[in-house]
Design a binder for this molecule. Structure first.
Ligand SMILES: C[S@@+](CC[C@H](N)C(=O)[O-])C[C@H]1O[C@@H](n2cnc3c(N)ncnc32)[C@H](O)[C@@H]1O
Length: 229
């Protein structure tokens, strides 16, 4: 279960880290996970696009991706969004924390809240509309990812920071990311921690440190190269 504090920005006491910043959480989500993953260009011309995220949290990243996908794709294109979450929030918590962006997401937020699964461990497949499917996996990503079968096009690596949540950023995660990726699959993450860059590089990804959002100096992006590069 979540351990989010009652006051102020949503913050985990256990991991001493915030879910997002209240002032510019949406701008940061768009910059770090969409722009830095080369979206919407990456899904142009693809009938199906698969995003996999570590740490669903409030669903802010999911809602930003959902909105951009619908705004920039043609009718037959589909988005499958898969997200792991070890400490799922309650519907009432998500509603409270995303209230600030109710106008921005409109019906999509209501549809997400109305279809949010019971907090039971395991895989929950949710068809939100004819274009968008969400698979929520309520489990530790390292326990569940070996059971995932998917062809992922983009990774959103958004667990709490490696300094307080080192267990999430494991070799199991990085190796399974490589297993589920194809040449050209990209990832982005808010952190530039050495253990993350080294782990992804050892798993076969090209890894690059780039400028972060706002006052954050660095973040990390990368791609699985083709076998002969
Ligand atoms: C910074 S928050 C994510 C914010 C989220 N993407 C959003 O849009 O609100 C990090 C999330 O990672 C989850 N998490 C931390 N360790 C995890 C693990 N080992 N497996 C799965 N989820 C984990 C936390 O519970 C938290 O919801």
């Amino acid at each position: 279960m979540s351990d989010v504090g009652a006051m102020g920005p949503p913050k985990s006491k256990q991991f001493d880290d915030v879910y997002f910043s209240v002032e510019d959480g949406l701008a940061e989500s768009r910059f770090v996970f969409l722009e830095r993953n080369n979206l919407p260009d990456g899904w142009r011309g693809k009938d199906q696009f698969v995003i996999c995220e570590t740490g669903f949290g409030t669903g802010l990243n999911f809602l930003s991706a959902w909105k951009l996908f619908e705004e920039t794709t043609s009718q037959q294109q589909r988005l499958d969004f898969i997200s792991f979450e070890k400490y799922p929030l309650k519907v009432s918590e998500i509603e409270k924390y995303l209230a600030h962006w109710k106008g921005e997401f409109g019906d999509r937020l209501q549809v997400l809240l109305g279809n949010y699964p019971p907090l039971i461990p395991g895989f929950h497949n949710i068809i939100l509309n004819e274009k968008i499917t969400l698979t929520l996996i309520f489990d530790d990503v390292n326990d569940a990812i070996p059971d995932l079968d998917a062809a992922v096009d983009a990774w959103f690596l958004d667990g709490f920071k490696p300094a307080t949540n080192p267990g999430m950023w494991s070799e199991i995660l990085f190796e399974n990311m490589a297993r589920l990726s194809h040449p050209g699959t990209r990832f982005s993450t808010f952190t530039a921690a050495g253990l993350v860059r080294r782990g992804l590089s050892a798993a076969g990804f090209d890894v690059e440190k780039v400028r972060g959002f706002g006052r954050k100096r660095d973040m990390t992006v990368g791609m699985l190269p083709s076998e002969n590069t």
